[in-house]
Design a protein around this ligand. Structure first.
Ligand SMILES: [Zn+2]
Length: 157
């Protein structure tokens, strides 16, 4: 259980770092408080799919799936190659184009995804969901721990 939570936190943190356009290993120049407020503002009510991808140049493969996220319930798997999202060809897409496809679908959250798994094409319908408060708390905590050396529950003046 603990390991799974840790993995979830890592994936969510990576997605948060990606939203910043920053490398997750970089230290933050902002204060912990500023960061926390920015992350909460950025993620509050924001819909997510719950996958991260690797660029094959060309093309995209699913690298990881957030446990209990929309993608895991839709039976997407690590290693699936993305072929199309909502009718948009993804077979030679970059990570940036993938993020744009999700951003364009954010209003309704509905996604029709075609993936290729071991040579077979699979069509999947799913719906992006807003981050829960618990997920946002975990992303904030993971970021503060990693980039600001803030101990959980220590409290800031
Ligand atoms: Zn920070």
């Amino acid at each position: 259980m603990h390991t799974r939570l840790l993995k979830l936190t890592t994936v969510l943190l990576l997605s948060a770092a990606a939203l910043y356009g920053a490398d997750e290993t970089k230290k933050c120049s902002a204060t912990a408080r500023e960061c926390e407020q920015q992350i909460r503002r950025m993620l509050s009510g924001r819909r997510y799919l719950g996958i991260s991808v690797v660029e094959l140049k060309p093309g995209l493969v699913i690298k990881s799936i957030v446990a209990d996220g929309p993608a895991s319930r839709a039976d997407l798997k690590e290693g699936d190659r993305l072929i199309a999202i909502n009718g948009r060809n993804m077979s030679e897409a970059t990570a940036r184009e993938f993020k744009q496809a999700l951003a364009d679908a954010r209003e309704t959250g509905t996604l029709w995804i075609i993936v290729q798994r071991r040579g077979n094409f699979r069509r999947v319908e799913t719906r992006m969901e807003p981050y829960s408060k618990a997920q946002i708390d975990k992303i904030v905590q993971a970021h503060l721990t990693q980039s600001h050396s803030v101990i959980a529950g220590a409290g800031q003046p």
